[in-house]
Each structure stands twice: as structure tokens, then as C-alpha cells.
Design a protein around this ligand. Structure first.
Ligand SMILES: Nc1ncnc2c1ncn2[C@@H]1O[C@H](COP(=O)(O)OP(=O)(O)OP(=O)(O)O)[C@@H](O)[C@H]1O
Length: 363
């Protein structure tokens, strides 16, 4: 999904503020009256300031920002681990502020699972017991939960390790068990807070690939927090960029790359691995603009990629074609555009982004 869709959002956050301190509501009032985060410091820390966003079914919505920008606090308002000071958070149509403690517990256990940076496994339980834990808390029958746990362990690459203990596993493998536990719970929503940040770069990339694959099959709704823009770009259907408690831009990876809302966002994008982010449909030239000689070249070679292929997948095809290649729509073999070599090279080259002066406008 690259554009916000028209389905009912799974999560709806509207004008959410979260303030820590002595007089949180008073702080919100002062900020609404125009005072800044620094002005109100005497009465509290405004961790999240006026956040509004929707998360739609089946999307990976990434919240990205530097340390202290408010990412963890935002995610904790979504399951009311830290309820919003003011504003509305709705999950699956339920306004969290109206739920009783029991209703909130039920909503969490049936519909929301969490994966953290350092996932706490039970050291004296085997891998399969750890992975099945979330189902135990849901009261699922033992055979069913172990079968389910084995299934998800295989999906995260831990087949054969079911009867091992966490201490026998590397850090990356332990994190996979954490992911398996969240997947086994079969909740509609997964909240992932810096879930891969403690992993070595190679393992981290592997986990990102696996999460994408699993997500393609399972279609969960995922809110994923990271301070790493490359990770955000690779995983996110849409990304919310946070700075000092505010969301400064929400957009698809391609929108963030090509139309950064302000200098702050632009400063991140220079280091992005564009080959892993940009896709064929973002760079192709529409079928209508095909020249006669290009058309002839296609008809001879007919090398094509799908519109969702990333630049890193496209490069070898262009090299093999030694000329322009076609782009097909995802669902049919219909050709919708083409990519000449020059266009591909230009897309691979980082450009200094133009700065849009008013960040607030773009939100
Ligand atoms: N329980 C709390 N009490 C007081 N202040 C808090 C609390 N939790 C967070 N804060 C403050 O709120 C702000 C946002 O913190 P938050 O942890 O949400 O940021 P973050 O982007 O997730 O950062 P990190 O990546 O370092 O976790 C920070 O200034 C932080 O010090």
C-alpha cells in the first residue's frame, strides 16, 4: 500500500498530547495558546505534541525520529500503557479513554502484541514454550498453541531450535523468538519499538527482509518505531517523522525522499539507500511516452520488471537488457511504463533535496 487508503483506520490518533509532569493538562492548554515546549518546561515535559495520524489495515506505519523525539511515548499511547493527556486514540473503533481497565486488558490481549528492542524471554523455558506464551495468556489449548508456535518459529527461521533454551541462541535468534511470540498471538495489531535496533547490521537486514515477507503473507497492521531512516524507508508503507515531540511529516518513503517537508527531514534523506527504497513505478516513464525506437527495442527483448521492484532488483535487468526495460503492473502482465538506463542512473544518485520552508503545512 503506498497511499492512504479509504478503509476504516485500525488506529486513529487525533490531536494527541502526552505530557509528563506536575500539571499535564495545564501544559497542554499553554501549548495550545501558543507557548513552546521550552516555555512550559517548568510544569512538565511535552513528549508528544498534537499528533494526528491514521494507521490502515495491513500497513506498516513507521514512526521515525532521533532519540527523545517522542516515538516510544506515541506508541505507548496506542495501547494506553501511557494514556494520552488530551486528544483521541481509537483502536479498532474503541476510544481508549472510555474503556474500563478490564476492557483495555481484553483489547490488548486479543488485538495488540508488542515487540521491544530487548525482548525478555523466560530463560528456563524452551524456545517453543517462549513463543507459545502469548497464546497461553489468551487461554488457548496446549496442543493448539504449540502447533501454532512451531509454525511461526519456522516462519522466522528457527525450525529445529524449538526445544533449545534462550541461552543457546544468539541475540539475533532470541529476537526472532520475540517476533515469533508476537506473531503467534495472532493479533490484528503489532507494535514494534526499536525491535531490530540491538542487532548486528547483517542480522538486522535479514530480520527486515523477513518481516516484509511475513507481512506480505499475514497482512498485520504494524506500527514500527525506529531511529534509522534506512530501516524506516525499507519497511514503511508510510512514515511519520518526529522531531521534538511533533510529527513534522507523514508520507510514503518516496514522498519523504522526493518531497521532504523541511530541512530537518531533508538532512536525513541524503544517506538513504535509494536502491532499496525507490520502486519502478516511482521512476518509470509512462507507456504513453514510449518512443517508436524504444517500442521496437521492447518487442525484441521484452525484459520487464514489476512496478513494485526496487532499484536494486531493476539494475541487473537493465544491464541484461542493455537498453530500456518495461514495467508491468503488479496484478497483470500489462505493461504500464518503461525505464531507460539514464533514468535509472539518475534515480540512483542522491540529490540535494529542495527545502520546503513551512514544515507544519506538510503534515
Ligand atoms: N516517564 C517519563 N517521565 C518523564 N519524561 C519522560 C518519560 N518518558 C519519556 N519522557 C520524556 O519524553 C521525551 C520523549 O521520550 P521518548 O522516550 O518518547 O522518545 P524516543 O523518541 O522514543 O527516544 P528513544 O529512542 O531515546 O527512546 C523525552 O524528553 C523523555 O525524556
Amino acid at each position: 500500500m503506498s497511499e492512504p487508503n479509504t478503509a476504516q483506520p485500525v488506529i486513529r490518533a487525533e490531536n494527541v498530547y502526552k505530557v509528563f509532569g506536575k500539571r499535564p493538562e495545564a501544559v497542554v492548554e499553554r501549548m495550545k495558546a501558543g507557548e513552546t515546549r521550552q516555555d512550559v518546561e517548568d510544569e512538565g515535559t511535552a513528549a508528544v505534541i498534537d499528533a494526528t495520524f491514521n494507521v490502515y489495515p495491513g500497513e506498516i506505519f513507521v514512526v521515525m525520529g532521533l532519540s527523545g523525539s517522542g516515538k516510544s511515548t506515541v506508541i505507548r499511547t496506542l495501547n494506553a500503557l501511557q494514556p494520552a493527556t488530551t486528544g483521541t486514540v481509537e483502536v479498532l473503533g474503541h476510544d481508549l479513554s472510555t474503556l474500563s481497565a478490564k476492557e483495555l486488558r481484553d483489547l490488548r490481549s486479543k488485538h495488540i502484541s508488542m515487540v521491544f528492542q530487548h525482548f525478555a524471554l523466560f530463560p528456563h523455558w524452551t524456545v517453543v514454550e517462549n513463543a507459545a506464551y502469548s497464546l497461553e495468556t489468551q487461554g488457548v489449548d496446549k496442543k493448539v498453541r504449540y502447533d501454532r508456535a512451531r509454525e511461526v518459529l519456522a516462519a522466522v527461521g528457527l525450525k529445529g531450535w524449538e526445544d533449545s533454551y534462550p541461552s543457546e541462541l544468539s541475540g539475533g535468534m532470541q529476537q526472532r523468538v520475540g517476533l515469533a511470540r508476537a506473531l503467534a498471538a495472532d493479533t490484528d495489531i503489532m507494535l514494534m519499538d526499536e525491535a531490530f535496533s540491538a542487532l548486528d547490521p547483517l542480522i538486522r537486514r535479514e530480520m527486515q527482509d523477513e518481516l516484509k515477507e511475513i507481512q506480505d503473507q499475514l497482512g498485520r497492521t504494524i506500527v514500527f518505531i525506529t531511529h534509522d531512516l534506512n530501516e524506516a524507508m525499507f519497511l514503511g508503507d508510510r512514515i511519520a517523522v518526529m522531531k521534538d515531540g511533533k510529527i513534522v511529516q507523514i508520507g510514503t518513503p518516496e514522498q519523504i525522499l522526493s518531497e521532504p517537508a523541511d530541512e530537518y527531514v531533508a538532512s536525513f534523506t541524503a544517506d538513504v539507500d535509494r536502491a532499496r527504497v525507490l520502486t519502478a513505478d516511482a521512476i518509470m516513464i509512462g507507456e504513453d511516452s514510449l518512443t517508436a525506437s524504444d517500442r521496437e527495442a521492447f518487442e525484441r527483448k521484452a525484459l520487464t520488471v514489476k512496478s513494485t521492484a526496487t532499484l536494486q532488483d531493476i539494475v541487473p535487468v537493465v544491464i541484461e537488457a542493455n537498453g530500456p526495460i518495461g514495467v508491468e503492473s503488479v496484478d497483470s502482465n500489462q505493461r504500464i511504463g518503461y525505464i531507460p538506463l539514464g533514468v535509472l542512473l539518475e534515480a540512483l544518485t542522491p540529490q540535494r533535496s529542495e527545502v520546503v520552508p513551512d514544515a507544519e503545512e506538510a503534515n
